[in-house]
Write a protein that binds this ligand. Structure first.
Ligand code: GLP
Length: 243
C-alpha cells in the first residue's frame, strides 16, 4: 500500500490526476475503472485540464464505472451516467461507445448484472481502478455485509448511504434505495487501484479500512490484500494515521 499525503482537496485532486494521466500516457489503450461521489470531481477537473492542454489523449481509452442507481433514467441529473458525462466524458475525446456503466434502467437485476460482467470481461480487465470510500467503508456500492460479493450485483443501499446521498436529491424519498455495483472480486482484479479520500469525516474510516482487520463489515478493508494500491488523501482524511 502506497500512501500519498497531500495538503488539501486541490492538492489531492492534482496528484490523483497525475497518476491517472501517467496511466493513460504509458498505455493509451488502457481500461480505466471510474468512480462517482464528490471526492473524484476535482480529479476529473484536473484530467479535463490536462486534456485541454494537450498532455493526455482519451481516444484509445475504455472506461467502466463502478456502479449506478437502479430505476433511474440516464437523463436524471442524479444518475451516475449523467455525472460521468457532465464531469468528464463530454469534456474530453473519449469514444462514448467505449464508456460503460451498469444499466440502471434495466429492471431485471440478473440481466443487468450479467450484461455488465460481460462488458467488463470483454474489455480485457481494468488497468487502473479509481475508488472513493463511503463513511461505512463501502467501495462502489458494496455495503457492509457478511461476505464479499464477487461480481456485479444488485444492492439494497444502507441507511447511512441513503442519508449521505440525500444531499444530492430533493428529499430522502427521492434517493434510490437500490443500485447495481461491480463486485469486490472484479475490483480486486484491477491491475492497479487508486483510492482518493478527503475531509475529516473520512479520517475514522480511513484508519479502520486500511489499518484495521480485513472484514466484509468494512468492505474497503479487502484492499489491504491488493498488491498495487495507492491511497491519495488530504491532511484531514489522514489525521488519524501517519502518512
Ligand atoms: C457513493 C458512491 C461511491 C463513493 C461514495 C463516497 O455512494 N457509490 O463510489 O465512493 O459514495 O462518496 P463521496 O466521495 O461523495 O464521499
Amino acid at each position: 500500500m502506497r500512501i500519498i499525503g497531500t495538503k488539501d482537496y486541490e492538492d489531492m485532486s492534482r496528484k490523483a490526476a497525475n497518476i491517472i494521466s501517467a496511466q493513460i500516457i504509458m498505455k493509451p489503450g488502457c481500461v480505466l475503472g471510474l468512480a462517482t461521489g464528490s471526492t473524484p470531481i476535482g480529479t476529473y477537473q484536473n484530467l479535463v485540464k490536462r486534456y485541454q492542454e494537450g498532455d493526455i489523449d482519451f481516444s484509445g481509452v475504455t472506461t467502466v464505472n463502478l456502479d449506478e442507481y437502479k430505476g433511474i433514467t440516464k437523463e436524471n441529473d442524479q444518475s451516475y451516467y449523467y455525472f460521468m458525462n457532465h464531469n468528464l466524458f463530454s469534456h474530453v475525446n473519449v469514444d462514448t461507445n467505449r464508456t460503460f456503466l451498469p444499466d440502471g434502467t434495466e429492471p431485471d437485476a440478473d440481466k443487468a448484472c450479467e450484461e455488465y460482467n460481460r462488458v467488463i470481461e470483454a474489455t480485457g480487465g481494468v488497468d487502473l481502478q479509481l475508488l472513493g470510500i463511503g463513511h461505512n467503508g463501502h467501495i462502489g456500492f458494496n455495503e457492509p455485509a457478511d461476505v464479499f460479493k464477487k461480481k456485479c450485483h444488485c444492492v439494497e443501499l444502507s441507511e447511512t448511504t441513503i442519508k449521505a446521498n440525500q444531499r444530492f436529491f430533493a428529499s430522502y424519498d427521492d434517493v434510490p434505495k437500490q443500485a447495481y455495483t461491480m463486485g469486490i472480486l472484479t475490483i480486486m482484479q484491477a491491475r492497479k487501484i487508486l483510492v482518493v479520500v478527503s475531509g475529516e469525516d473520512k479520517a475514522a474510516i480511513v484508519k479502520e479500512a486500511f489499518f484495521g482487520p480485513i472484514t466484509p463489515k468494512v468492505q474497503a478493508s479487502v484492499l489491504q490484500l491488493h498488491p498495487d494500491v495507492t491511497i491519495v488523501g488530504d491532511e484531514a482524511a489522514f489525521s488519524l494515521i501517519k502518512a
